[in-house]
Every structure is written in structure tokens, then in C-alpha cells.
Design a binder for this molecule. Structure first.
Ligand SMILES: Cc1cc2nc3c(=O)[nH]c(=O)nc-3n(C[C@H](O)[C@H](O)[C@H](O)COP(=O)(O)OP(=O)(O)OC[C@H]3O[C@@H](n4cnc5c(N)ncnc54)[C@H](O)[C@@H]3O)c2cc1C
Length: 219
């Protein structure tokens, strides 16, 4: 079945505050999931609400995470707990004339649902390959694959991106009319994740440097 191209709001994913910032484009949702390296997962365990940061990746219309079988988050999510996942890309600081009108430009997504455990070994390996591809395309062919012990000690979880909200703010400051005359600079201070120059580990002397390392800071 082909994936829907829009994000259809449910009761809990209907953006009520500044609804004009809601984005229904599933391609935007996928782009946020792909660009963000880290998501924050909220769930309830032991009578407390927790929100834990972790790495994630996407395949099709599913988001994946992985972790040690011993992790509380992994155990609780594997048991089918309700989860809420947030991903945020911060694009800029919006400086207005008045302190109260300052804001931020961002692309953010919130996903609801329950994770399922990726059980089949081949699916688990394919999922981990997809994770390696997100870190550095091609690296899965170079790094030593996980051995049985490592794979068995790791749980891979998948959740559908079917129930999601996307909010995008990309604006210049909006000032009140009575503040227009104030001699205060306004505008946007853009923010980006910057790729730095690769840092060699000591044991790299006889190693061919792959293109994704050579081109890391320019791609
Ligand atoms: C980097 C950043 C900085 C922000 N700073 C502030 C701030 O300082 N003060 C402030 O009040 N708000 C801020 N926001 C906006 C904030 O995320 C909420 O959207 C806003 O506070 C409204 O909350 P609410 O519970 O009334 O939302 P509602 O509109 O009632 O939320 C309804 C549903 O919409 C979805 N939703 C809500 N917010 C988001 C979102 N950001 N992304 C994706 N889905 C969403 C969720 O599914 C939620 O259940 C910021 C957002 C980002 C990403």
C-alpha cells in the first residue's frame, strides 16, 4: 500500500495554538525525522513520566530506535507502552523590538503511538544497516557487522509515523505597531548544525580515508 502524502490530524495531533504553523506535508515530516539525529521519547513508567533522548532513524513511514535489552526505556516501550516522540530542528532566533515578541524559527514533529519490537533477525540487521546509512552512507560495508551476542543484546523498535503533528515556524519578527519607532535591531539570527573537520583516532595510520570522511565538512 502506498504511503499517504499528508499528515492527517487526529484529536491529539491537531495543532491548536498558532494552527497556521501546522504543516500537513508528509515529506516535511520525513525530512524532519531524517535531519534530526536525536528524538526525545516520553512515556510513563513506575508512576512517573519520563522523557528520554535517543538516536533514531527512518525507513519508509516508520521511525526506528535501538538500545540495550537492559534499558528501562527499551523494556517499557517493548511491552507496548504509549509513547510520544518529539524531534526539533532549531533554524533561528527571531529578535523583535520588544522582549515579549522574541521567538524561534523551527521545524518540529511530534509522533504518538506504541512501538513494536523488530523480531526477525534479517529485519533487525536491515534496520541496523539503515541506521549506519544515516550516520555515513557506505559505512555498513566497512564496519565489522554485529555478531550474534551483540545483536541478541540489542533491541530494535519500530513505530509508525502515521499519527504525527508537524509545526513549522519560519518568520521574521512580528512587532506591535507602537514599537515600530524603537531604534532596536530586529531580524533573524540563523542557526545550523555545522559539520566540523574530522578528528583522527590514533590507530588510523594505515587506513584508507573514505570519501564520507574526506567530504564530511563540505557535503
Ligand atoms: C524550538 C521551539 C521553541 C519554542 N518556544 C516556545 C516558547 O518559548 N513558548 C511557547 O509557548 N511555545 C514555544 N514553542 C511552541 C511549542 O512547541 C508549542 O507548540 C506551543 O507552546 C503550544 O503548546 P500547546 O500545548 O498549547 O499546543 P497545542 O496546539 O494545544 O498542541 C496540540 C497538539 O499539537 C501538536 N504540537 C504542539 N506543538 C507542537 C510542535 N512544536 N511541533 C509539533 N507538534 C506540536 C501536539 O501533537 C499537541 O498535542 C516552541 C517550539 C519550538 C520547536
Amino acid at each position: 500500500m502506498s504511503q499517504p502524502t499528508t499528515v492527517s490530524p487526529t484529536d491529539r495531533t491537531t495543532i491548536r495554538r498558532l494552527p497556521e504553523l501546522a504543516n500537513r506535508d508528509r515529506a516535511m515530516l520525513h525530512a524532519i525525522v531524517d535531519e534530526a539525529y536525536v528524538c526525545h521519547i516520553a512515556f510513563i513508567a513506575d508512576d512517573d513520566t519520563h522523557c528520554i533522548p535517543t538516536a533514531h532513524w527512518r525507513s519508509g513511514d516508520d521511525l526506528y530506535i535501538h538500545g540495550s535489552n537492559g534499558s528501562r526505556m527499551i523494556k517499557v516501550l517493548s511491552a507496548g507502552a504509549q509513547a510520544c516522540i518529539a524531534m526539533t530542528l532549531l533554524d533561528g532566533l527571531v529578535l523583535a523590538k520588544s522582549a515579549f515578541s522574541h521567538s524561534m524559527n523551527y521545524r518540529s514533529a511530534v509522533v504518538y503511538g506504541r512501538f513494536e519490537v523488530v523480531q526477525a533477525n534479517d529485519e533487525k540487521l536491515a534496520a541496523m544497516d539503515a541506521f549506519m546509512d544515516k550516520i555515513a552512507p557506505g559505512r555498513k560495508h566497512e564496519a565489522r557487522p554485529g555478531n550474534g551476542k551483540e545483536i541478541n543484546a540489542t533491541t530494535v523498535l519500530r513505530i509508525s509515523l502515521g499519527e504525527a503533528a508537524v509545526k513549522v515556524s519560519a518568520s521574521m519578527p512580528s512587532d506591535k505597531h507602537e514599537d515600530f519607532h524603537l531604534p532596536v535591531w530586529t531580524g533573524v539570527l540563523p542557526l545550523n548544525i555545522v559539520r566540523g573537520a574530522p578528528i583522527n583516532a590514533e590507530d588510523n595510520r594505515n587506513v584508507v580515508i573514505p570519501d564520507y570522511v574526506k567530504n564530511w565538512s563540505t557535503r
